[in-house]
Design a protein around this ligand. Sequence first.
Ligand code: HEC
Length: 153
Amino acid sequence: MRNKALIAVCMLTVMITACGSSEEPPQVVEQIVVRERGTPEVVDVAASDAVSRVSLGEDAFQACTGCHSVDADGRSAAGPNLYGVIGRKAGSLEGYSFSDAVSSSDITWDEASLDGFLADPATYLPGNEMLAGAVPDDEARAAIIAYLAAQGE
Ligand code: HEC
């Protein structure tokens, strides 16, 4: 009877504290150590993806720099300055002489319209004078657009 009672007590203890090992519960110690270390290995995946996409876009934008600047000073080259182009009405940049095709369009540049334009400028805006710079690759286009969005923020 006494033994049975002891076993019962022990089993109860097992359920509550892992019988006999309450002085040294290794799993619990490990958990505490992980928490005390803080969160150096917790990476904001979405943010780091966005950062690497922008830097990919900066590379891909080298295909545009022959004609476009993204400098905040607003200077245009053969093509209009693209600093802050997202949210800007197409063909509205002062000091640059756009074709009618661009300036009379009712586009305000956003991700979707830039995507369509850069995929195939001549089809998207027939008669425009951007004769190079089409980006057929979806990923490269998305990266360039992310890069443009990061300029003028
Ligand atoms: C050969 C020169 C040239 C290259 C290369 C070029 N562009 Fe252009 N881009 C132009 C010209 C010229 C215009 C103005 C077109 C017009 O007025 O019809 C233009 C217009 C634009 C516009 C419209 C701007 C506005 O204010 O409405 C965007 C956006 C643009 N280009 C993005 C790009 C991107 C991104 C690249 C690289 C992938 C690129 N361009 C490559 C010459 C170029």
